[in-house]
Design a protein around this ligand. Structure first.
Ligand code: HEM
Length: 488
């Protein structure tokens, strides 16, 4: 034996000694994967995974796939695997039993430039730092009191929007209402951030020009998002440079807002917390994430809401009658009057049900989780398909139809009702809900009160195209053009 030991290779000897341990580990691993019950997945192709089954509108393709493969399914976008959640019951199970475990966001290469050094609010991992950011946002920008504080400024911006529409009315011209919505919403958020007392048309234009380029880029194919080990292809094709340029342009706009901030505005508070109280804040990243989240979602919901009103003249008429009945012949609409517009609120709810802004990205925590009877590995990237959840036929009769009246009969909260989650779910939900709803109500109430609306090309309202395009968010494919006709 001694001879064997002295003549042998020490590496082989170590292996021999560890042999029982290795066998034990292999058996254990084997047993574990045999016992694992992973979610089902549509058939995949080598390398591209399920990409061939995803069309131009991923929310629709994923919805269709979920009807075949179930409300929890694994889908591979190239080499990147996602758990796709597609029904009200599945989402309820997650939010009731695993809220914290599903409260992270995945790293998305093409959105890296919004994250700054990773200390923003939208993409920051769940934890104390993120909670602190949410608190500052709530206190200085987003809660009901903060929203009320900005009322005068909102009134000014809405009144300026009405004046622009009046010019088109006098000339009998059509107007790109999508453009009008983008301008009024950007103006309002810009001023809410910096506390500016005057109009900021130039910066708004800069931001909106930026936004068009940004969305186009987000609609393009980013190799790093699908195949992280082939990220070099993006450098080779020049995509990485395009991303770098677009984010540095946004940085420039944020710099301008920081330089021009008023005392005690949201931006000023963020800067003070960073510079005076030495909080570890990436102010520009916080601003970028919330700014883009706010403007994109409110503008697109206004666009869909207005499209649905134009396409459904009987709903439009009923909504106008409600506004007229409550406001009478007064010159201004007050927040007190808007509170009484129940039918308008139903229209908003139904629009948010049919047209949520996009698919919600999340990531699970670093432990194994069991949902829907399936084993979910640590750090799994998740896509919650609100389009599928909010059209679940188990919760909604005629789920694809626009029927605001359904909300008259059934009490459904904007936040936290089964099968209705336009502002997301759990503790990572949208912090801008109060502000978003206030804006939708105020802008639409004014448009209904002041104007009648005609199709610009003489076509019938019901012929209005509702085609979508998915570029970061899901918007109308073609901008909405209408003719405003003054009523009062
Ligand atoms: C009608 C308008 C809006 C809709 C439909 C909407 C919808 C959403 C949704 C679905 C999410 C994902 C939530 C989740 O992961 O569960 C979200 C997140 C977010 N929204 Fe909104 N949003 C709106 C307006 C706003 C406004 C006005 C702001 C800010 C001023 C805002 C700021 C944010 C932020 C910062 C997040 C990320 C929160 C986090 O990760 O902690 N949103 N929004």
């Amino acid at each position: 034996m001694e001879q064997i030991l002295s003549n042998s290779n020490p590496f082989l000897l170590t292996l021999l000694a560890l042999f029982p341990l290795i066998i034990f580990a292999l058996i254990k691993k084997n047993n574990k994967s045999r016992k694992l019950n992973l979610p089902p997945s549509p058939p995949k192709l080598p390398f591209i995974g399920n990409l061939h089954q995803i069309g131009d509108l991923p929310h629709k393709s994923l919805h269709d796939l979920s009807l075949k493969h179930g409300p929890f399914m694994f889908v591979n976008f190239g080499a990147t695997r996602y758990l796709v959640v597609s029904s009200a019951a599945a989402l309820e199970e997650i939010s009731k039993n695993h809220d914290i475990d599903f409260s992270n966001r995945p790293a998305i290469a093409s959105l890296q430039g919004l994250k700054g050094n990773g200390q923003d609010m939208v993409y920051h991992p769940y934890g104390d730092h993120w909670k602190q950011l949410r608190k500052v946002g709530a206190l200085h920008l987003l809660n009901k009191n903060a929203v009320n504080k900005f009322q005068t400024m909102r009134d000014e911006e809405i009144s300026s929007m009405l004046k622009t529409l009046d010019v088109h009315n006098v000339k009998g011209e059509d107007v790109d209402i999508t453009d009008i919505f983008n301008i009024v919403v950007s103006n309002i958020f810009l001023r809410s951030y910096t506390g500016s007392t005057h109009k900021e048309d130039k910066t708004t234009k800069k931001f909106l020009d930026w936004d068009v380029k940004f969305k186009k880029l987000m609609g393009a194919f980013c190799v790093a998002d699908m195949f992280s080990s082939f990220a070099w292809v993006d450098r080779f094709t020049g995509f990485t440079t395009l991303l770098k340029n677009i984010y540095s342009e946004l940085d420039g706009i944020m710099d301008k807002l920081i330089n021009e901030r008023e005392k005690e505005s949201y931006v000023d508070v963020l800067v003070r917390l960073r510079d005076v109280e030495k909080n570890d804040y990436d102010v520009k990243a916080i601003m970028k994430g919330t700014f883009v989240a706010a403007i994109e979602s409110v503008a697109l919901e206004l666009e869909w809401l207005f499209s649905e009103l134009i396409k459904n003249p009987e709903v439009l008429k009923k909504a106008q009658e409600e506004v007229q009945r409550i406001v009478g012949t007064k010159a201004e609409i007050t927040s007190n009057e808007i509170e009484q517009m129940h039918y308008l609120r139903c229209i908003i709810k139904e629009t948010l049900r049919l047209h949520p802004p996009g698919i919600v990205p999340r990531q699970t925590s670093s432990k194994w989780i069991k949902v829907g009877g399936y084993d979910i590995p640590p750090n799994t990237k998740v896509l919650v398909n609100l389009f599928a959840v909010q059209r679940d036929p188990k919760d909604w009769e005629k789920p694809d139809e626009f029927i605001p009246e359904r909300f008259m009969e059934k009490h459904v909260d904007f936040m936290g009702s089964k099968g209705y989650v336009p502002f997301g779910f759990g503790r990572r939900n949208c912090p801008g809900m109060a502000y978003g709803i206030a804006l939708l109500e105020e802008i639409i109430a004014n448009l209904l009160y002041r104007f009648d609306w005609k199709m610009y090309d003489g076509s019938k309202p019901e012929e209005l195209s509702m085609e979508e395009i998915s570029q970061f968010v899901v918007t109308r494919k073609v901008p909405l053009r209408v003719i405003p006709v003054r009523r009062v």
